[in-house]
Design a protein around this ligand. Structure first.
Ligand SMILES: NC(=O)c1ccc[n+]([C@@H]2O[C@H](COP(=O)([O-])OP(=O)(O)OC[C@H]3O[C@@H](n4cnc5c(N)ncnc54)[C@H](O)[C@@H]3O)[C@@H](O)[C@H]2O)c1
Length: 286
């Protein structure tokens, strides 16, 4: 089986970027949200990105039009039924994700492959909502989708080898991404590495060992990372970082994943990072 048309459920930060990335690589995309306002915001993200590329001379007008013509936006589930694969990218909430897949499972033909872009929720828990256990897996894209090279692929015990091969072939040959395959388990590979690391950066700051700038500089120059841990949390959103830490901690009940109080306090104060104008650092809001 070959993937030619992809449905994306959730037109937020990740959903809109994934839709754009897939259309950019020449595939048809149907982007669906529940809220008109969020769907429009997602489409604006896509057109702004394309416009920016055009302005910088990295893309011709024809190329831009061709990419945009591949993206269809909808509020109606019916429009994703004829996709070969559907990637769910709604809020990091098990009940909402299960509800989305329950609906999809009931309306989509049996051959359609389902994938979740969850950051940390075990795919087996999400897959409990569907009958097609052979055609569901995790496909964890990273932020920002255009710059990051990796997708984590997370099959569950029932995922067929045909599904795994079809999806990995699409990601590598079609989307030009690298993949790593992880067994199912909260946080998969990257977020299990990341949660203790990000926590430790906040502990260093809390203990006054170094300034926030020094901590990020140490990680960038000493560990060769493109961005320091505090700036990274600001970019990901502190609410998402906390949510991921809580999911991983709840699953493994291990102290090394226990989110420190500072991040909980900052989330309560709406200091979520770039999106609210303040996190560990301050940002200009539009
Ligand atoms: N933000 C990141 O850096 C990042 C990175 C990797 C993975 N993820 C994961 O990707 C997923 C989406 O994250 P995000 O940051 O894009 O979230 P977001 O809040 O920006 O977007 C979520 C979108 O889903 C929509 N939505 C909610 N319920 C829906 C439903 N029932 N049907 C259709 N649309 C619905 C919302 O209206 C919103 O537009 C999460 O599982 C998150 O953990 C996020």
């Amino acid at each position: 089986m070959e993937i030619k048309k992809v449905g994306i459920i959730g037109a937020g930060k990740m959903g809109s970027e994934i839709a754009l990335y897939i259309a950019y690589h020449g595939f048809e995309v149907v982007l669906k949200d529940v809220y008109k306002e969020n769907l429009e915001k997602g489409l604006t993200n896509i057109t702004n990105f394309i416009q920016d590329r055009k302005n910088k001379g990295r893309m011709t007008g024809d190329e831009a039009d061709k990419i945009l013509s591949k993206v269809k936006a909808t509020l109606d589930y019916k429009d994703v039924r004829d996709c070969d694969m559907i990637i769910e990218s709604v809020k990091e909430d098990l009940d909402i994700k299960r509800e989305v897949f329950y609906i999809l499972d009931n309306i989509c033909p049996e051959n359609v492959i389902f994938a979740s872009n969850t950051s940390a929720i075990p795919i087996t828990k999400i897959a409990a909502a569907v009958k097609r256990k052979d055609k569901i897996l995790g496909s964890h894209f990273f932020n920002p989708v255009f710059l990051s090279r990796l997708i984590e692929v997370v099959p569950i015990s029932g995922t067929s080898s045909v599904t795994i091969n079809t999806v990995t072939n699409f990601f590598t040959a079609g989307l030009k991404k690298k993949i790593v395959t992880s067994k199912d388990g909260a946080g998969f590979i990257v977020n299990r590495l990341l949660v203790p690391f990000l926590n430790e950066a906040i502990i260093l700051l809390d203990e006054g060992i170094a300034t926030k700038e020094e901590i990020d500089r140490a990680a960038q120059l000493g560990m060769g990372l493109p961005m320091g841990p505090l700036a990274l949390m600001d970019n990901l959103g502190l609410d998402l970082c906390l949510k991921v830490a809580d999911i991983v901690h709840d699953e493994y009940k291990n102290e090394r994943y226990h989110a420190v109080e500072t991040i909980r306090k900052m989330v309560k104060e709406n200091k979520l990072g770039v999106k609210t104008g303040e996190g560990f650092f301050k940002y200009k809001t539009e």
